[in-house]
Design a protein around this ligand. Structure first.
Ligand SMILES: Cc1cc2nc3c(=O)[nH]c(=O)nc-3n(C[C@H](O)[C@H](O)[C@H](O)COP(=O)(O)OP(=O)(O)OC[C@H]3O[C@@H](n4cnc5c(N)ncnc54)[C@H](O)[C@@H]3O)c2cc1C
Length: 394
């Protein structure tokens, strides 16, 4: 019997596995998933789950759908890979041999340098993380510090305000999300948080998290100290490639794949762990839910081609990336990349509804929608074919 092994049981791994099955692969598909439950949605973790919505994140029935005949190895961890011998070694010492391998091991939150292991200090990546943080908040935390105003930090700050906690949001950059959306949009996001009562501290880092067994305060790089009951660290993620050490596979800020998601013959990669050769943007690693869905599917199809099932010609994976974030009553959506110049082309900040376009070298690179889904989706579709900057911005 032919065998496919998928490492990582989240959205990218599951989509690759289901694409393989529905595309005609009739061998065994084993999914090595170190979390103890089937695939679930991560985006609600910083939103509905934290707010207390019990139904916001449950494992998908699709993932345990018996008609897909997937063998889930829940709670198992891949420790190493021997591509020459076509073997994955598990934490139990067991070895899985394969004809095809999907690398979908995702990413892990970064920690602060010297971050102490104190009660009350959290990251949010898994359902367990989110439920642990929520329990800590429910236990009577008044003051919450969120370190890092990226998407996840900004969402956690918004959700905590919605729950009624005092929130301080600490960001070393000059504006929240400045690296992703630029300083102008970052300034608008900072204003929204301030208007909601968040104490936004910009341009400062965290020198120390202070406490004995439990966190008591954070010391900032401007010399101030803030008393807190809970700290949430949201300073980005690193791709989970440690289990590939010594395998000889190319790793450089993620496992390196070509434009068709192929890493080596019979090995594909997808989702947050994969840095692939995007025809539009060059080598890039993207940490978005929809991207993990689409790249999971594309990687599954690529492996079908390697294994001689389904399409025989490998397809180039060339999407316009898509992301959303919910903060208070604001829905942000980004199509493409926020790269280069920025101009608000539709609506206005005052109206609380607008689209900002980004552009470089005469072409629009991305569209950011602020509470305007229909228009943002239209830009997303137009970006597939390319939009001239002069035409769009006038
Ligand atoms: C709190 C939060 C909110 C988010 N909100 C949004 C949003 O609003 N919009 C959006 O577009 N995106 C959002 N994202 C990002 C999105 O969830 C990720 O891009 C997506 O989950 C990536 O999927 P993945 O399958 O590539 O990796 P992951 O979801 O990271 O899954 C990888 C899986 O592999 C497992 N694993 C790792 N190493 C091994 C190993 N050696 N052996 C076995 N298993 C292993 C991991 O434990 C994990 O279960 C959010 C993410 C988080 C954490």
């Amino acid at each position: 019997m032919r065998d496919v092994v998928v490492v990582g049981g989240s959205i990218a791994g599951f989509m690759a596995a289901s694409e393989l099955r529905t595309g005609g692969f009739d061998g065994r598909i084993r999914i090595v998933a170190d979390e103890p439950i089937h695939t679930y949605e991560r985006p609600p973790l910083s939103k509905g789950v934290l707010a207390g919505d019990e139904a916001a994140s449950t494992s998908w029935t699709a993932a345990s759908d018996e008609s897909l005949a997937l063998d889930w190895l829940l709670g198992e961890r891949a420790m190493s890979l021997d591509p020459g011998g076509h073997r994955v070694v598990l934490g139990t010492g067991d070895e899985l041999t394969y004809d095809g391998l999907v690398i979908a091991s995702g990413a892990t939150p970064r920690r602060l340098g010297g971050q102490p292991d104190l009660a009350g200090v959290h990251v949010v990546r898994t359902l367990d993380d989110a439920l642990g943080l929520r329990a800590d908040l429910d236990a009577g935390a008044d003051r919450v510090a969120v370190v890092g105003a990226g998407f996840i930090g900004a969402e956690v700050a918004a959700t905590c305000r919605g729950r009624g906690h005092d929130v301080v949001l600490v960001e070393p950059l000059e504006q929240p999300l400045a690296r992703v959306l630029g300083p102008e949009i970052g300034a608008i996001i900072a204003d929204v948080h301030r208007a909601e009562g968040v104490d936004v501290r910009l341009g400062v880092g965290v020198d120390a998290i202070v406490g004995d067994e439990r966190v008591e305060s954070i010391r900032l790089s401007d010399g101030s100290e803030v008393d807190v009951d809970v700290v949430v660290v949201g300073i980005g993620v690193t791709p989970n490639t440690g289990w590939l050490d010594g395998s000889g596979l190319p790793v450089d800020n993620g496992v390196v794949a070509d434009a068709t998601c192929s890493v080596a013959p019979g090995i594909v990669a997808c989702g947050d762990v994969a840095r692939w050769d995007s025809p539009r943007y060059g080598p890039v690693r993207i940490e978005h839910w929809d991207h993990a869905v689409d790249m999971g599917r594309a990687a599954g199809r690529r492996l079908l081609a390697d294994l001689g099932d389904g399409a025989t010609e490998p397809e180039v994976f060339d999407p316009v990336p898509w992301f959303w974030s919910d903060q208070y009553d604001v829905r942000l959506q980004l199509a493409g990349r926020a790269d280069g110049d920025m101009a608000i082309t539709d609506g206005s900040v005052e109206d609380g509804k607008f689209v900002a376009l980004y552009g470089r070298d005469g072409m629009v690179t991305g569209a950011l929608g602020w509470n305007w889904p229909a228009k943002t989706v239209r830009y997303r579709m137009a970006l597939e074919d390319g939009i001239a900057w002069d035409e769009a911005v006038g």
